[in-house]
Design a protein around this ligand. Structure first.
Ligand SMILES: Cc1cc2nc3c(=O)[nH]c(=O)nc-3n(C[C@H](O)[C@H](O)[C@H](O)COP(=O)(O)OP(=O)(O)OC[C@H]3O[C@@H](n4cnc5c(N)ncnc54)[C@H](O)[C@@H]3O)c2cc1C
Length: 409
C-alpha cells in the first residue's frame, strides 16, 4: 500500500547508512509500501561461500532472526553459513559456579545464531538492490532508491519536510531522515546531538580458531578480571573468539606469535575444548559505552550504533539496533494508518521513548556486569560465583535469562 502522506517528488524516508540496521530498516519500510532512499558511503563487498569467514561475527537473537525472516532475507543467510547455538555456558575464572542455558527448555531449536556481519549486510543489500529494480510485490507504488557510494553533505529541516543534499549534489526531500551510519555518525554530529559514555580501556581481540574437541553447538563465556572471553560456535566447526582485554594486554596478545597465542588462549579458556589447534590472524576493536542524549531532532532520528554502543559481552549491539528497526517500523505504520505525518514530532517521540529507555537499561545492565565481573575482590568473586550458580539452578530465573538473551523480554 502506498504511503498516504507522500507527495509528488517527495520520499517518505531517507535512511543514511546501510549496515544491518539501516539496511533492515530501509527494506522493512519499502516492504510496508513507503518510498525510501538509502545513502551508503561504501559499496558493500561481495560475499561468497568460498571466502574466508569475516572476523566480525554477531550472535543474532531469535527476535532479530524473526525480523530478517519477515524481510525474506533469512533464507539466503541461513542457506549460506550460520552457526546455531543450542546451549550457553557462562562461568567465572575466580569463583566456582556455572550458568547453563538450553534452547530445548524454551521449546526452541536454538538460543541464537552466529552470523558474519558481511553476510547480513550482503543479504540485505541484495534484497534492497532487487527491490529498487523490480518494485515491491504488493506495493507497486514503492521504490528503494540506492545512492552509493554517497554521503550527506547538508541537511535542511523546514518543519514541513527534510532535505538532504548529497556530496554529488543530489537533493533528496522526505518526511523523515534516519541516521543509521554506526557509532561515528556524521549526521548525529551535524544535528548537534551529544554522544556520551565511557571508554572501557579494553579492546576485543577477535579470531577464528579450531579446537581439539567439538564446540557442542554451545556459546561459551568465561569471565576473567581483565574482561570476558567468548567462544562462539561457527558453521564449519571452528569457534569465533571475542577476547576482551585491557588495552596493553590486547596489544601484547596481538603481537604474540601463533604458537604462543594458541597456548595462552587455551589456558585463558580453561582448555574447555582442549587445545587450540589452529588460529586465523587476529584483529581488535576498541570497546566503548556510548549513548545519544536524544534520538530525535526535528524530522531526523537515530537508530542502531548511531544511537547506542554497548559492551559486546552479551552480544547485544546489533540485536538492540534491530529492535530499533522493529519499533520504528511499527510506529510509522501506525502513523500512516491514522493518517498522520510519519515525520511528526509526536510520532518520532514515541519511538524515542520506547527505544531510549530499553537501550539505556540494556547498556546499564551490561556496564554493571562488566564492572562486577571485572573486579578481582575476593568477596565479590565468591558472591558472583554463587549468583551464577543460583541463576543456573532456579528454573524461572534461568527462563528469564534465556528469554532476555532471545530478545523476548
Ligand atoms: C567485537 C565485537 C563483537 C560484537 N558482537 C556482537 C554480537 O555478538 N551480537 C550483536 O548483536 N552485536 C555485536 N556487536 C555489535 C554490532 O557489531 C553492532 O552493534 C552493529 O554492527 C551495528 O550495526 P549498525 O548498522 O548500527 O552500524 P554499522 O555496522 O557500523 O553500519 C553503519 C553503516 O553506515 C555506513 N556509513 C558510515 N558512515 C557513513 C556516512 N557518512 N554516510 C553514509 N553511510 C555511512 C557504513 O559504511 C555502514 O554500512 C559486536 C561488536 C564488536 C566490536
Amino acid at each position: 500500500m502506498p504511503s498516504r502522506v507522500s507527495r509528488r517528488n517527495e520520499l517518505d524516508a531517507i535512511v543514511v547508512g546501510a549496515g544491518a540496521v539501516g539496511g533492515a530498516l530501509a527494506l522493512a519500510l519499502a516492504r510496508d509500501g513507503f518510498e525510501v532512499a538509502v545513502v551508503e558511503a561504501r559499496v558493500p563487498g561481495a560475499w561468497h561461500v568460498d571466502d574466508e569467514m569475516d572476523l566480525r561475527v554477531v550472535a543474532l537473537a531469535p527476535d532479530a532472526r524473526d525480523l530478517l525472516c519477515d524481510l525474506d532475507v533469512w533464507p539466503s543467510i541461513a542457506c549460506a553459513r550460520i552457526g546455531p547455538y543450542r546451549y550457553m555456558r557462562v562461568w567465572d575464572a575466580l569463583a566456582p559456579g556455572e550458568l547453563r542455558l538450553d534452547a530445548a527448555a524454551r521449546g526452541e531449536a536454538a538460543l541464537g545464531w552466529i552470523v558474519e556481519n558481511t553476510l547480513i549486510r550482503h543479504a540485505l543489500w541484495q534484497a534492497l538492490s532487487s527491490a529498487g529494480e523490480r518494485r515491491i510485490e504488493g506495493a507497486t507504488a514503492s521504490h528503494v532508491h540506492l545512492h552509493c557510494p554517497a554521503e550527506v553533505a547538508a541537511i535542511e529541516d523546514s518543519g514541513e519536510g527534510v532535505t538532504a543534499t548529497l556530496d554529488d549534489g543530489t537533493r533528496l526531500r522526505a518526511r523523515l531522515l534516519v541516521a543509521a551510519e554506526g557509532a561515528q555518525s556524521p549526521v548525529r554530529a551535524r544535528l548537534g546531538i551529544g554522544f556520551e559514555g565511557r571508554d572501557y580501556g579494553q579492546r576485543a581481540v577477535v579470531a577464528h580458531v579450531a579446537t581439539a574437541r567439538p564446540h557442542e553447538d554451545t556459546a561459551w563465556q568465561r569471565f576473567q578480571p581483565g574482561g570476558p572471553l567468548a567462544f562462539l560456535p561457527l558453521a564449519d566447526g571452528r569457534c569465533s573468539i571475542v577476547w576482551s582485554l585491557p588495552d596493553d594486554e590486547a596489544a601484547r596478545v596481538l603481537a604474540l606469535d601463533d604458537d604462543a597465542f594458541r597456548a595462552e588462549l587455551g589456558c585463558a579458556f580453561d582448555f574447555r575444548l582442549g587445545t587450540i589447534t589452529a588460529a586465523t590472524p587476529r584483529a581488535a576493536f576498541p570497546l566503548r559505552l556510548r549513548r545519544a542524549e536524544r534520538y530525535v531532532a526535528g524530522r531526523c532520528v537515530l537508530a542502531g550504533d548511531a544511537a547506542h554502543v554497548v559492551h559486546p559481552l552479551a552480544g547485544q549491539g546489533m540485536n538492540l539496533g534491530l529492535r530499533d528497526v522493529t519499533c520504528l517500523r511499527r510506529v510509522l505504520r501506525e502513523a500512516r494508518t491514522n493518517g498522520t505525518d510519519i515525520g511528526a514530532a509526536h510520532v518520532l517521540r514515541r519511538y524515542e521513548r520506547e527505544r531510549r529507555s530499553e537501550n539505556a537499561l540494556a547498556a546499564q545492565g551490561l556496564d554493571a556486569i562488566e564492572r562486577i565481573y571485572g573486579s578481582r575482590l575476593a568477596p565479590l568473586a565468591l558472591l558472583r560465583g554463587a549468583a551464577l550458580e543460583a541463576a543456573g539452578r532456579i528454573a524461572p530465573v534461568r527462563r528469564l535469562l534465556a528469554d532476555a538473551a532471545a530478545g523476548r523480554r
